[in-house]
Write a protein that binds this ligand. Structure first.
Ligand code: GDP
Ligand code: MG
Length: 230
């Protein structure tokens, strides 16, 4: 029986080869595809997660080879709750393309979409993009920031659980009933605090600072009972 309170659409974009499919497969299937076998050719995968005793269904959309700009259409971005923009920390050109991706996101996605910048492949020793550069770019563009390795499963669970936690928090804020003029003001207050969070700090951005650690589900910022249920 389907038993979940929220369904969120999470969309991955970024240059071909940065590891989007591997991130999705690591999270949804717990594996790192060998060789060139990463392309799965489906539109999205589903995973149910539990955050704060709430079951949340994540519908995770991966691009199947249409990463060239302008060939991803509006329908892909439409109704996305969160956008994960991925680059490869060992490949500077994938970082240099980020402004192009942001333009596309600006054009097609909902302006309130949660945006997360992900530098993938931290296991590689030939790093070209320092963590601080990625973090600064994210800050400038109102995105959360995290570095991951789909290969070594570093920060991959954390990435998706933090997104689920943030989306659920936003959804709860929207649930606050408007009863009087006072509560309208309270709602505006909530909105302001969300915007300032999205523009600088917040869970994912802070967590990204210890991204060289091995994946550690006991981290202090994230220790409320988070369990995968499939
Ligand atoms: N070393 C390393 N290689 C990775 C990682 N993630 C993906 N790759 C490799 O990068 C290539 C492209 O991955 P893929 O997921 O197909 O990228 P996509 O085109 O963005 O979907 C494949 O050869 C993967 O094995 C990672 O975290 N570390
Ligand atoms: Mg792919």
């Amino acid at each position: 029986m389907e038993d979940y309170k929220f369904l969120f659409k999470v969309v991955l974009v970024g240059n071909a080869g940065v590891g989007k499919t591997c991130l999705v497969r690591r999270f949804t299937q717990g594996l790192f595809p060998p060789g060139q076998g990463a392309t799965i050719g489906v539109d999205f995968m589903i995973k149910t997660v539990e955050v704060d005793n709430e079951k949340i269904k994540l519908q995770i959309w991966d691009t199947a080879g249409q990463e060239r700009f302008r060939s991803i259409t509006q329908s892909y971005y439409r109704s996305a709750s969160a956008l994960i923009l991925v680059y490869d920390i060992s490949c500077q050109p994938t970082f240099d393309c980020l402004p192009d991706w942001l333009r596309e996101i600006q054009e097609y996605a909902n302006s309130k979409v949660l945006k997360i910048l992900v530098g993938n492949k931290t296991d590689r020793e030939d790093r070209e993009v320092p963590s601080a550069i990625g973090e600064e770019f994210a800050k400038q563009h109102g995105m959360y920031f995290l570095e991951t390795s789909a290969k070594q499963a570093d920060n991959v669970e954390r990435l998706f659980y933090e997104i689920a936690a943030e989306l659920i928090e936003q959804a709860r804020q929207k649930e606050v009933p408007v009863r009087s003029e006072t509560s309208t003001l309270a709602n505006l207050g909530n909105k302001t605090s969300y915007l300032s969070q999205a523009n600088c700090c917040g869970g994912i951005n802070n967590l990204g600072k210890d991204s060289n650690n091995t994946n550690n589900s006991n981290n202090s910022s994230n220790n409320n009972s988070i369990n995968s249920i499939n």
